[in-house]
Write a protein that binds this ligand. Structure first.
Ligand code: NAD
Length: 298
C-alpha cells in the first residue's frame, strides 16, 4: 500500500475530467462515484438503453442520499450533472483519465482500448477495470503503453472501499500516480499491485467460487451454503455474491483464471469443463442484472 506522499503521489497529475467506457454495473457505479465526489465524467456506451440504466442507477443512489438528509436536492442536481452520457468519442480529446469498463472479453477490450486511444491526448491515462485479464496483454497493441494501467473497482462501487491499481511492465510512474490520486479523490483506498491474471483479490476470490461450484456439483443447497458462510461471518454467501457480480462476468473471468492457474482454478470451467456457474450462465440466469440468478429478484 502506497501512503500519501509516496513517490507515486508526488508526481500525480490531477484528474479534472474523467471518462468511463461502459455504463453497466461497473461503468455506471464508477460514473456515480466520480460525480458524487466532484470529478466530472463522460459515460460512454454503445447502447442507449445501457446509458439510461446507468443514469437511473446513479439517480437512485443520489436520491437515497437526499432521503437520508445527506444531500440537498440542488446538490443532487449539480452532482448528477457531473455525469455526461454519450454514445460518441466527441469530447474525449480533453479527458485526463479514461476507465474502460466494457465486457470481460480480451478481444473486445483490446479493440475498444485501441479505438479509444486514438481519440485521446498524448498524456491521457487509460485504465482498465478488468477483473482478471493481464494488463500486459491488454497493453500489447497500444501505442502508448506507458499511459496504461489497471484500475480495478469492486462491486458495488459506491460501497466497496478498495481499488487495485495494476502496474504493467511498461506502465509509467506518472500513470500510476494519477490513477492512485484519482482513486483517492473518489474516496477510495488504492493499492498498487503487480500484473498477473486476477491480480490480488480475484486470485483469492475465484478459488472460493470454484469450491462453491464443486459443492453445487455434488448436490449442495446454495441457500444453505450462503447461510453457513454468513454465520461464519462473511457479509454474504457465494451464491448471492455471484448474483451481484453477474454470471456472465464470473464465467468470462473464470475462464481467464482457469487458463492462468489451471492447477488451482480448473473447477471454474474452461475447456471440457462444465461448472455450476457455467450452467447458470447457459440458462440465462445472470443474477441481479436480469433479475434471475440463484435467487429471484423483483
Ligand atoms: P456489464 O455487462 O454490466 O456492462 C458492460 C457494458 O459495456 C454494457 O453496458 C455494454 O453495452 C457496454 N459496452 C460493450 N462494448 C462497448 C464499447 N465498445 N464501448 C462502450 N461500451 C461498451 O458488465 P460489468 O459487470 O459492468 O463489467 C464491466 C467490466 O468490469 C468487466 O471487465 C468486468 O470484469 C469488470 N468488473 C466487474 C465486476 C462485477 O462484479 N460485475 C467487478 C469488478 C470489475
Amino acid at each position: 500500500v502506497k501512503k500519501k506522499g509516496s513517490r507515486y503521489e508526488k508526481a500525480a497529475r490531477p484528474v479534472k475530467q474523467a471518462a468511463v467506457l461502459g455504463a453497466g454495473i461497473m461503468g455506471g457505479g464508477i460514473a456515480y462515484q466520480s460525480a458524487s465526489k466532484g470529478t466530472p465524467i463522460l459515460m460512454k456506451d454503445i447502447k442507449d438503453d445501457a446509458i439510461e440504466l446507468g443514469l437511473k442507477e446513479a439517480r437512485k443512489l443520489f436520491a437515497k442520499q437526499v432521503e437520508r438528509g445527506k444531500l440537498s436536492t440542488e446538490k443532487m442536481a449539480q452532482r448528477l450533472s457531473n455525469i455526461r452520457p454519450t454514445l460518441s468519442y466527441g469530447d474525449f480529446g480533453h479527458v485526463d483519465l479514461v476507465v474502460e469498463a466494457v465486457v470481460e472479453n480480451p478481444k473486445v477490450k483490446e479493440a475498444v482500448l485501441s479505438e479509444v486511444e486514438a481519440e485521446l491526448g498524448e498524456q491521457t491515462i487509460l485504465a482498465s477495470n478488468t477483473s482478471t485479464i493481464s494488463i500486459d496483454r491488454l497493453a500489447a497493441n497500444l501505442k502508448r503503453p506507458e499511459n496504461f494501467c489497471g484500475m480495478h473497482f469492486f462491486n458495488p462501487v459506491h460501497r466497496m472501499p478498495l481499488v487495485e491499481v495494476i502496474r504493467g511492465e511498461k506502465t509509467s510512474d506518472a500513470a500510476v500516480a494519477a490513477t492512485v490520486a484519482y482513486a483517492r479523490a473518489m474516496g477510495k483506498t488504492p493499492i498498487v499491485v503487480n500484473d498477473c491474471p486476477g491480480f490480488l483479490v480475484n486470485r483469492v476470490l475465484f478459488p472460493y467460487f470454484g469450491g462453491f461450484s464443486l459443492l453445487m456439483g455434488q448436490g449442495a443447497d446454495f441457500a444453505r451454503v450462503d447461510k453457513v458462510m454468513e454465520k461464519f461471518g462473511w457479509p454474504m454467501g457465494p451464491a448471492y455474491l455471484l448474483d451481484v457480480v453477474g454470471m456472465d462476468t464470473a464465467v468470462h473471468a473464470g475462464e481467464v483464471m482457469a487458463k492462468g492457474f489451471p492447477e488451482r482454478m480448473g473447477s471454474l470451467g474452461g475447456e471440457g469443463q462444465s461448472s455450476a456457474i457455467q450452467l447458470m450462465y447457459e440458462n440465462d440466469r445472470l443474477g441481479q442484472k436480469n433479475a434471475k440468478g440463484f435467487y429471484a429478484y423483483e
